[in-house]
Every structure is written in structure tokens, then in C-alpha cells.
Design a protein around this ligand. Sequence first.
Ligand SMILES: C[S@@+](CC[C@H](N)C(=O)[O-])C[C@H]1O[C@@H](n2cnc3c(N)ncnc32)[C@H](O)[C@@H]1O
Length: 340
Amino acid sequence: MITYVGTSNPGFAPYAMEEIRRRIQGTKVSGLAPGETFSFTTGDHDPEQLLTDLRRKEPIFLRHLFPVEREIDVTDSEKGTAKALRDYASTLGDRIQGRKVAIQVRKEQNSPFPFASAEGRDEMVPAVEELGAEAVAREADWIISVYATKKKLFMGCSTPRDNLSDWPGGSVRFRKDEGLISRAAFKLLEAERAFNLPLDRFSNALDLGASPGGWTSVLLERGLKVTAVDPAEMDPSLELHPRLRHIRRNAADVSFAPGSFDLLVCDMSWDPHHTCRIVSELANVLSAGASGIITLKLMYRKPFQSIQDLTEDYAHEFDIRKVKQLFHNREEVTMWVKKK
Ligand SMILES: C[S@@+](CC[C@H](N)C(=O)[O-])C[C@H]1O[C@@H](n2cnc3c(N)ncnc32)[C@H](O)[C@@H]1O
């Protein structure tokens, strides 16, 4: 049996833990940092098979996991902690020799762990290099994960795909572009990666609830034509863009010729059931097989029920491909659909 450390968005650990309980018979789940991290065991499952299952059908709220291969009491001693980190790294030769290795160190706010993330990493690098591995930040073959709570220090080594994310704890960071129109743009950039759906594959997008234009600007940068629907203004930097048409209306009141768009994106801040009705009524303006990226707002404090009801409603017009709470989602999840 293997124990994992799991991470979700802040406040959503109870739902991630519930997903684990539903998926893994015999698992033991317990909280680590309130609302965000927890541990769980593989229970009655074969660990390899479990990872395959989790990758194939990713849980919605579990953002990241890593296997606990060493667990010790955490202390504030720099010397003792540095030795513990090096000792663990030095056991990994068989796996990491000649490979690229990322070292990801995280700590809970109240942990006595004496190092900042980068310092903890630096303590491990010499041991990793001594084994003939190359320490890298991204595109690693293996990830050494270190996580310190108030009481414990957990360490493990796994592949990026088994962690469900190659970012520390699944915290996806994009470089902050100077001219970014809204932070919402990060959601679409993250969705593109999470759903493995390069946006430049599409040519004609309908963006519902587009103002101030973060998503629209990403789509324009990818070379798409964009029809943006929102009663609110778009960022002035976009208004004159030659591939953008802005329709200043409620999305419930617009219509287009059938098959006009091969991509629909929707980040409308409205009741998710109204949004579902509007998007479903507009389904015929999409070409067959068109994709949709839609945020589902979790307004009713019953995420599982809301997601189930909404996906059932969307399923009349769309195949539901994936629903995931992205790092950049707050009280919402993001769904990828394809028009039937
Ligand atoms: C979270 S913001 C969208 C941010 C946008 N995705 C971006 O990247 O800048 C939500 C937008 O939905 C719009 N909205 C809400 N209800 C709408 C409706 N019925 N029709 C069109 N837009 C709507 C709001 O005016 C608001 O601008």
C-alpha cells in the first residue's frame, strides 16, 4: 500500500477527499493543511492500476499528488533538515541516473521547516548531480517532491504524469505579461494545457461573456477570428482589432448562421443554469465536432450536485470531455465539451 499527498485549490480539499473516497475502496484519507492538502492511501487497489485510472479519468478537484517514500518528523534545524533531504535524494540513483530531475519543495505556512522552496531545492541539487542526474526546473523526467507540514516532512519521487501536474502542488504559473488584460486570461491558457487542446487549431471563435477581453486576447494572439458577446466594454486595446467583432448584447439575444464557429468559449458571470440554457440554444451555430470551453460557476455550495446537474443538461447538445478545477479557477470549474 502506498500513501500519497494530495493537493486541491484552497477550500476544496473536502471535495477532493470525497472524490478519493468514492474512487478508492478501502482508502484512508486524512487532512494535512486545512482545506488544501491531505494524505490518502491506495487502499485495496493495485497502486499502478490506480495511477492509470486516475490519469485516464482525472478527478475534478484533486490537482496534484505524489507518493510518500519517506516520512520524518519536521524540525527547524537547518543542518538536520539538509542532511535528511540529501539522504533521501541519495537513495534515488536507480531511477534518476542520467535523467532530468525537478526538485519541488513546498511547505505549509506554520511549518518549522527551515528553508524557503529554492533553498530546500539547493540543498538537494548536489546529491542529485552526484548520482549523474541533471537538475532542471521544467520538462523533467522525474520530480522529487518535498512537502513540510507543521509536524511532518514528506518526500517522494515520481513522474510528472503520475503527479497529474508537473507544477509544484499543481500551482500553474504563467509569466505575467506586461499588457495582460485580465487575470481571467490565465484560465484559458491553463485550460489549453489541461485539455491538451492547442487553440491555434481553431479558426473562428465565439466568446460569450467576453469583457474585458482576457480570453479574447489569447484567441486573437493565436490567430483566430473572434466574435465577442458582452454588454460591457472590451479593453480599448482590442476594440479596433481587425479580427474582432464585439457585439454589445446579452448572449441570450444573439443569433448567427448555423455552423459559424468551430470554438465556443464562455466565462459568463451568471447563474450557471441560465448560462447552460444560453449556450445550449447557441449549439447550432457551432460546426459539427466544434469544441467548447466553459466555466461552471459553483454558486450553490453543493459542487458535486451542481456539476452533475449541469453536465446532464449540457449533454443534450454536447459530449462532455473533461471537467476540472484548474489552479486559476476560484469558485468554479472548467469544462471542455464537443458539439455532438
Ligand atoms: C468573469 S467576466 C469574463 C472575463 C473574460 N473571460 C476575460 O477574460 O476578460 C464575466 C463577464 O460575463 C458578462 N456577462 C454576464 N452575463 C452575461 C450575459 N447574459 N450575456 C453576455 N455577457 C454576460 C459580464 O458582463 C462580464 O463581463
